[in-house]
Design a binder for this molecule. Structure first.
Ligand code: MRU
Length: 343
């Protein structure tokens, strides 16, 4: 990263033949690790957001396939067949972050690249090493994004962020949050306005937890306060991550991102997307082709005091798509980019 950078959170690691994840459902109150030994458990952890954030999902998908092969080998079955059988199920665990299917597809490609005659044990090691490689590359991408993005941040003014784009969502210090860390160190950003990020509170629970670990001052706000807060505190920029960016720059990210972009546009401040190239999907030309995950109504009913059986009709999209015209810059591990993006 750079001098003085804090240690990344050990969000996801391959340990003792299994995948160890920090259970993000319990944060900030409890720091509990889960040891996943079967791809079924990885799918459960992904669906329930025990592990989440686009880059971390890619690594989880890659390791999930290694687990499928390892368990088959132990049971005397064909690890290659098992991995290929689990691949589509892992890739479909959540639809929006392109990193998940990319992680699974890269694992499948690493199986295809194995020379004929290699032992089943070598196949398992290859899949595990493929996940390790993705983890290392993501750590490196995080450092690069921080370097590339810091110069875009107006000095001496607060910034606002939405959802969680820190070490909990990646292998490194994060995407947007890594830029924010560097801007706090080098550009005198005095504090961060943190959208709580309804309904699962990734901002309030996770981003705040990470900023406090780093000693960065923060103010927690309701999502609905964002437009007013950037005016009240003369914020210099809004920074967010991405789950999938189409070739024309339309960007899918946590629900509420589009509203934040509109607020930035009206206030005349930069709206900056920070994401590794692994979150760019150049097979999709524009945002309306990005699959948007819809989650269960129980996630939004409880806060309003309704029971599941009360017949309340709801709509709970987990993401929205911000049109490219509202985005000032896309910071990737390659640099500051603008669409149309090239391979
Ligand atoms: O539903 P989540 O918590 O997985 O959503 C995460 C986000 O929307 C993040 O902003 C995005 O994945 C970028 S993380 C570096």
């Amino acid at each position: 990263m750079s001098e003085g950078a804090p240690e990344p959170v050990p969000t996801i690691r391959w340990i003792d033949g299994g995948v160890r994840i920090l259970d993000q459902r319990r944060l900030p109150r409890i720091e509990r690790y889960l040891h996943l030994e079967h791809p079924r458990q990885v799918i459960g952890a992904i669906r329930t957001l025990a592990v989440r954030g686009a880059p971390a999902l890619g690594i989880a998908g890659a390791y999930g396939l290694a687990l499928a092969a390892a368990r088959a080998l132990e049971a005397g079955r064909d690890p290659r067949a098992a991995a290929l059988r689990w691949a589509p199920r892992l890739a479909a665990a959540r639809p929006t972050a392109v990193n998940l299917s990319l992680g699974v597809n890269e694992a499948v490609a690493s199986i295809a690249a194995l020379e004929a005659g290699q032992s089943p044990g070598e196949l398992v090691s290859r899949l595990k090493e493929n996940g390790d490689r993705m983890l290392r590359e993501d750590l490196d991408a995080s450092a690069r994004m921080a370097e590339h993005g810091v110069g875009l941040i107006p000095a001496g003014r607060p910034v606002l962020t939405h959802c969680n784009t820190g070490g909990l969502a990646t292998a490194g210090l994060g995407t947007a949050l890594a830029v924010i860390w560097k801007a706090w160190r080098e550009r005198g950003v005095p504090f961060v306005l943190v959208d709580e990020t309804r309904p699962l509170l990734q901002g309030g629970r996770l981003t705040l937890w990470e900023l406090r670990r780093w000693g960065i001052p923060a103010r927690l706000i309701c999502d609905g306060a964002a437009a007013w807060a950037i005016r009240s505190f003369d914020a210099g920029a809004i920074l967010v991550g991405a789950d999938r960016i189409s070739a024309n720059g339309d960007t899918a990210n946590k629900i509420g991102t589009l509203a934040a972009a509109l607020a930035a546009w009206d206030a005349g401040i930069p709206f900056i997307v920070v994401a590794p190239r692994t979150s760019f999907d150049l097979n999709i030309s524009q945002g309306d082709a990005i699959p948007v995950e819809e989650r269960g109504r129980e996630e939004i009913l409880a806060a309003s005091g309704w029971q599941a059986g009360a017949g309340v009709v709801s709509y709970n999209p987990a993401f929205d798509v911000t049109p490219a015209r509202l985005i000032t810059a896309w910071v990737s591990d390659r640099g500051v980019e603008r669409p149309p993006f090239e391979e």
